[in-house]
Design a protein around this ligand. Structure first.
Ligand code: PBG
Length: 331
């Protein structure tokens, strides 16, 4: 240190480091704050009782029977997580996904049970057919193509059955055209005008859904999802998708995945100012978990930095498998 001289002529008006010198100072000027209120925890509900089966590619995430899903929702509530989104794993699958709207299927039973046993929990449901069709596609397949309009009919039945079970928000994730308007009209017709719609408005054809398909056993048996999910190269098109869903009556719009599409989240929020959600998807979660487990990364820090970046981009709501862990760290 012997040769260091203070630069006496350095007269700085602004020293940005002033506001970084202590934690209370940093906290005072922090622009983005995470809160457990903004997190939605995904739950994968299967048939049976007492089932709690960890998903190989998603450490810390489980297939849960209805009774276990209720326990998980209550435990999450205890951590400060007030919202869950349900995915179904039915035993019975067929070519039209009919168990998606079976009132006795896992999702419908879990909605009723969670609303009864954990009334403070907001229950969202994923509306899609891929977990319910034997071919694993998100819709009805006619001549090797996913037929848009017949699929919308099936999605409407599914959404209505979720609302009838007591869901607070239905979340269509299928990317068919016109489904938000059709679901809105059907809900209103049956007296469910209070049930909100969170549309997966800009959902990309992403490699990062891989672990989810293990969890939900929903990988397509042939072909892929490129005829309905968006091309990762397109951002302007995402604005058109979102605009369309808003016109059709979406209450909340979602961008998915989150981390690789932060620019899209920011543009959607800027342009429309709607309640904006982002889905931190399975692959994004599994990468952090794997690196953390190998000791290659400080997982808690990486998790909070990741969630902060999604919120900073403009997301008001973050769907994440980390919901409980993050809430516990923030407490
Ligand atoms: C469709 C749906 C998927 C996800 C959420 N809803 C799978 C897909 O589109 O293939 C992916 C979520 C994740 O990867 O965490 N029901």
């Amino acid at each position: 240190m012997s040769q260091i001289h203070t630069h006496s002529s350095l007269k700085l008006t602004h020293r940005l480091r002033r506001l970084r010198q202590s934690e209370p100072m940093r906290a005072l000027v922090r622009e983005t704050r995470l809160s457990p209120d903004m997190f939605v925890l995904p739950l994968f509900v299967c048939e049976g009782e007492g089932v709690r089966r960890e998903i190989g590619s998603m450490p810390g995430v489980f297939n849960l029977s209805v009774d276990e899903a209720v326990k998980e929702a209550r435990a999450a509530h205890g951590d400060g997580i007030n919202s869950v989104i349900l995915f179904g794993l039915p035993d019975h699958k067929d070519d039209i996904g009919s168990s998606a709207y079976d009132p006795e299927a896992p999702v419908q039973c879990a909605v009723r049970a969670i609303k009864r046993e954990s009334p403070g929990t907001l229950v969202l449901t994923d509306v899609c057919l891929c977990e319910y069709t034997d071919h694993g596609h998100c819709g009805v397949v006619i001549d090797d193509e996913i037929a848009n309009d017949p699929t919308v009919g099936q999605l409407v039945r599914t959404a209505v059955s979720h609302a009838a079970a007591g869901a607070d928000i239905v979340a269509p994730s299928d990317m068919m055209d016109g489904r938000v308007a059709a679901i809105r009209a059907a809900l209103d017709e049956r007296g469910f005008e209070k049930v909100a719609i969170m549309s997966y408005a800009a959902k990309y054809w992403s490699a990062f859904y891989g672990p989810f398909r293990d969890a939900a056993d929903s990988a397509p048996k042939f072909g892929d999802r490129r005829s309905h999910q968006m091309d990762p190269a397109n951002a302007r098109e995402a604005l058109r998708e979102v605009e369309e869903d808003i016109h059709e009556g979406a209450d909340i719009v979602m961008v998915k995945p989150a981390l690789l599409y932060l620019d899209v989240i920011a543009r959607v929020k800027d342009r429309f100012g709607m309640p904006t959600a982002a889905y931190h998807v399975s692959g994004e979660y599994s990468m952090l978990k794997a690196a953390g487990r190998n000791g290659w990364i400080d997982e808690p820090r990486a998790m909070l930095e990741t969630l902060t970046s999604i919120a900073r981009a403009g997301a008001d709501i973050i769907v994440t498998y980390y919901a409980r862990e993050a809430a516990r760290l923030l407490a």
